[in-house]
Write a new protein. Sequence first.
Length: 560
Amino acid sequence: MGETEFWQDNASYIDSVLNKFNMLADDTYIYMLHLDQNRAWFSETAKAYFGIQDTYIPDHYEIMRDLIHPDDLWEYEEELPKRIRGIDLDRELCVRMKGTSGEYHMFSFHTDIVRDEKNAETYLLVLMHNENVLPRIDALTDLYSHARFTADLEIEIGKKEPFAVLMIKLERFNNLNIIYGTDFTNQILKETALQLIYMMDENSAVYRLDGPKFGFILRKCGREGLLNFEQALRDKLAKGIQVNNRQITLKICAGAILIEQYDGKADAFSSKAAYALGHSETEHQGKLIIFNDEVCTSNSVNLELMKIIHQSVRGGCDGFYVEYQPIVASGTGRIAGAEALVRWRREPYGTVPPGMFIEWMETDPGMYELGNYVLKTALRETVGLLALLPEFVLNVNVSARQMEREEFRAEVLRILEQTGFPAGHLCMELTERCRDMPLDVIKREVEFFQGHGIRMAMDDYGTGSASSGIVLYAPMDEIKLDMSFIRGITEDAKKQAMVKSIVEFANSSGMSTCLEGVETEELQNYLRKYQATWFQGYYYSRPIEIRKFWELVQNGNGAQ
Ligand code: C2E
Ligand code: CA
Ligand code: CA
C-alpha cells in the first residue's frame, strides 16, 4: 500500500482520536505515531503552533529534532522508544519546544497506546501540554491575572493608538497582614477588586498583579485622563471599604506610563510602569509618578543604567558578582554559614546594589539566568570552605522567575553536580515574589528540592501577604525574620511580641529561625532571649567578596 492510501484508509480513525483530544484543553497539542511505520500525524492546532506544513510526517524524529531544545533532545530520544514499546507510559516527560514565535516553552508529554480495531493498527498517542501558559483569571479576586495583563498589553501596543498603563499598590498592606492575618487581608483584596471593577468602562480594564498590586490599561487615554482617573481611584479607596464590619481606608502608591510609541514589547512597558511605582513608593510618599516625566528629568541615568544592566544579563551576566554575608550561631556568634548576595559593577557606575535592580529584574525573564548565575557562582566559590567549616551552609536567594520554571529543578541538580557542592549544605531562600505563586506549586517545588536534601527557607517572613500561609502549607526548614521587626525592637512592645511568637511558632513546628539586621552588640545581646537559631547583620560583617570571606573564616571564630 502506498503512503497516501495508507493514511487515507486510516484517516477517519486518526481524525476521530485527534478531535476528541483536541477538545480537552487549549494548551495541549497532539500527535499520533503509527507504531509499525514510525509515521506521525499532527493535530491541526499542533501544526499551527509548531508551523508544521505536512499532514503526515514520514520521520517524526526529524521534525522533533528541529522543535525540541538541543539540551533536551537526548531525553526525548531516550524516552520515546520506550513508550513505543509500551514502557513507562504513565511517566511524565518534559522538554522545551519551540513554536512559530521562536520562543521555547516547557512541554510535558503524556503518552498512551491506542488501537484502531477495525484496521488492526496500533498508535502511540502523544499529548504535549504547554506548561508555560499561565491562568487568565486571578483565583483570589476573580480579576484578570498578570498573564492576561501582559497579553492584553501586547494587543494594545499592536493597535498603535495612545494609551496609558497604571499600576497601584496598597500601602501598609504588610502591616495589616501582620495585625489581622491573611484571611482578613484576602478579604480586603477581594473587596478592593470589586470597587475597582465598578470604576471600569469600555475603555479601561483592571488586573490583579502580584500581592497588593493592581494594573490598569486605559485606552484612548492621555495625561489628563490618566491624572483624573488616578485621582478618582485614590479618592474612592480613601473613603474606605467595609470588611467584616470594619471600615478600612486604603492609601495607594501609583506609577504609570503614557504610551505613544509602539516599538517595544509588553514586558518592557510594564517594567517601566513598575519602575515608576517603585519610585512612587520609595521616594515620593505614594504620589503618582509618570515614567515619561522621570525619563526626561532627574532619573535618566537610572533608566540608562537599567538598560545596561539588562544587557549585561543577556550577555552572560557580565559585570555581576557575588558577595557573602556571614550567618552566625545566635548563642556563640560563630560563623555557621553565609548568604550569597548579588552585585553589579561597571564603570562609570561603580558598584550597584541589588535594591536598585532586583525588583525591576523580577519582572523580566532574564531574572532566571541571573538567579542561576548567582547560584552557580556561589556554589563554585564556597565549596572549598567546607574543608575548613564542615557545618557550613550557604543560603542563596531564589526568585519566582526561577521557581516557576519547570526546568529549574534540573538546573539546580546540574549545578550541584558540576560544582561538587553537597546538596545538604545548600539552603534556598524564597524571596518576596515567590509568595504570589500558587500555594500548591510552591509546595510541590519545595518538596522536590527537599527530597534532594536541599534546605528551604522563607525570606523576609512577615512582610508579605502570603508568607505565613506558605509556611503553614509548605513544610519549610527555616524562617528568616525581616529586618523591619528587629529595627527599634527594644522600644517596641508589638515587635517584641511578634518576634517572640514567630520564633516560638517556628521552634514548635521544627523550623529554624534567622534574625536579620543585627547591627550592634547590644542588639545581639538583647535578641538572644528569643532563642532564634541564627543571627545575620552588619555587627558580624557586611556582605564581602569571597576572598575576604575566606580570611574572615580563617582568622575569625569560624576556624576554631
Ligand atoms: P535580603 O535577602 O533580605 O538580603 C539581606 C539584605 O540586607 C542585604 O542587602 C544585606 O546587605 C542587608 N543587610 C544585612 N545585614 C544588615 C544590617 O545589619 N543592617 C542593614 N541595614 N542591612 C543589612 P542587599 O545585598 O542590598 O540585598 C537586597 C535584597 O536583594 C535582598 O534582600 C534580596 O531580596 C535581593 N537579592 C540579593 N541577591 C539576590 C539574588 O541573588 N537573587 C535574588 N532573587 N534576590 C537577591
Ligand atoms: Ca535573602
Ligand atoms: Ca531577608
